[in-house]
Ligand binder design. Structure first.
Ligand SMILES: [Zn+2]
Length: 432
């Protein structure tokens, strides 16, 4: 009984001591208000410096809005030191404030430029030699790729698309089934995820085309669509209107080319593939407004395309000819160049200008020339030097000293000791 009493008394003491300890802890941690215990100027200076540093980091990460906000908070802190402690290192504070003001201005300017850039439509007429390839990057981040040049373009094309920031292709358009348009896509389809594939519906029987079809069929996640006149595809503010073909396909693959008008604000681009006169007439007969700011000249400037009536209806201010230097066909034909010039149309050519890049804000545009096609070259391991290099994508082989052998990406290389061994395996010799 007595023990129980003692225990209760000790317990009360303990409770009392714990209560006092908690009370003292709370009192000791009570933050004094700035009025009664202001932070020292050194502390404020340090906080300002930390905010400034956070601004620098945000600027480096190109988050200019956050950077401007950090710089402003830092400036406010430095200002407050000046007000509360007028005697504290006025010169140093003035220096800090000056730098902050400069940085705020820089970050605001960079943000304004960034915002303008985000609203730009980027249209690349990519130099792929004799062939077509156009990349369209919409302001909302969606990506359209029209054609992919010949099959041996792919090492360059993959590199170009990666450098342009392409991670996924939302709409891949194969204008028509000719090798200078779908060739490079055999590899592109294996590397970049493609959401929708838009085709004319015309088929071809060549070996390469069958390989392209096999690749397409092996990719189960792709959505297929037939391009049909009147269809409209929207990518935010960018609209794409299909003006050719209809479901009644013409006999020639060229004349089945998808003709698409891409509009952004007041500017528009007309993509024509290799459409010839017959397709141009059909497109005109349907009454759609073909008028466009920029025309991708049909069929690499061949005289089979860009008939005067069509050109008058499109009435472009500028024209781009996708064509290879010294090509076998003599494209572009002088009469087509004269026809364009006589209408005062400014001409860009991928054989002379390399890739032609349009940056449009929907009202006006500027043109840049990011360069000509440059194929990456890869090292050949020592033990493989002197061997024949074949490319399993293009099914072409190169003799040991050919520089083109070094352009075969390592993952696509196959080595042979002799030319006949390469040929027995189904490879053909590069003919240049
Ligand atoms: Zn072509």
């Amino acid at each position: 009984m007595r023990e129980k009493y003692l225990f209760q008394r000790e317990f009360k003491y303990c409770l009392f001591i714990v209560f006092i300890a908690i009370f003292l802890l709370i009192v000791s941690q009570d933050p004094a208000s700035p009025e009664t215990n202001p932070a020292s100027p050194d502390e404020l200076n340090r906080s300002g410096y930390l905010l400034f540093k956070q601004g620098e980091q945000a600027y480096y990460r190109r988050n200019f809005e956050a950077a401007a906000s950090y710089y402003r908070q830092a400036a406010d802190l430095f200002n407050s030191i000046h007000k509360r402690h007028p005697g504290w290192s006025a010169d140093a504070l003035e220096d800090r404030l000056k730098i902050c003001r400069q940085r705020i201005e820089e970050a605001e300017r960079a943000r304004a430029e960034q915002k303008a850039g985000e609203r730009l439509l980027r249209v690349h007429f990519i130099d792929v030699g004799q062939g077509d390839c156009e990349l369209i990057q919409c302001p909302n981040g969606k990506t359209i790729l029209i054609d992919g040049g010949k099959i041996w373009c792919y090492p360059f094309l993959v590199e170009y698309l990666r450098q342009a920031g392409v991670k996924k292709i939302d709409l891949l358009i194969v204008s028509h089934p000719h090798g200078d348009h779908y060739g490079g896509l055999i590899k592109i389809l294996k590397i970049f995820p493609v959401v929708t594939l838009l085709v004319s519906g015309k088929e071809d029987t060549t070996e390469h085309y069958q390989r392209y079809l096999e690749t397409v069929k092996s990719l189960k996640s792709i959505k297929f669509k037939l391009a049909r006149v009147g269809d409209v595809y929207s990518f935010g503010d960018v609209k794409m209107l299909i003006v050719h073909p209809s479901s009644r396909l013409l006999d020639s693959p060229n004349n089945c080319s998808i003709i698409a008008k891409v509009s952004y604000g007041r500017e528009s681009f007309l993509f024509t593939g290799d459409a010839e006169e017959e397709a141009e007439h059909e497109a005109m007969s349907r009454g759609y407004n073909l008028k466009s700011t920029i025309l991708k000249v049909g069929h690499h400037g061949s005289r089979t395309s860009t008939n005067p009536g069509f050109l008058a209806r499109v009435s472009p201010r500028e024209a781009v000819i996708c064509v290879g230097k010294d090509n076998y066909y003599g494209h572009p034909k002088p009469e087509i160049l004269r026809r364009l010039k006589s209408r005062g149309i400014k001409i860009y050519r991928t054989d002379q200008d390399g890739t032609v890049l349009y940056l449009s804000n929907g009202i006006t545009h500027q043109v840049e020339f990011p360069g000509k096609a440059v194929y990456p070259e890869y090292n050949i391991p020592k033990e493989r030097r002197g061997k024949i290099i074949a490319n399993r994508e293009t099914l072409i082989y190169y003799l040991p000293r050919s520089k083109y052998g070094r352009q075969v990406p390592p993952e696509d290389r196959v080595f042979f000791d002799t030319a006949s061994a390469a040929e027995a395996a189904g490879y053909r010799r590069y003919w240049f």
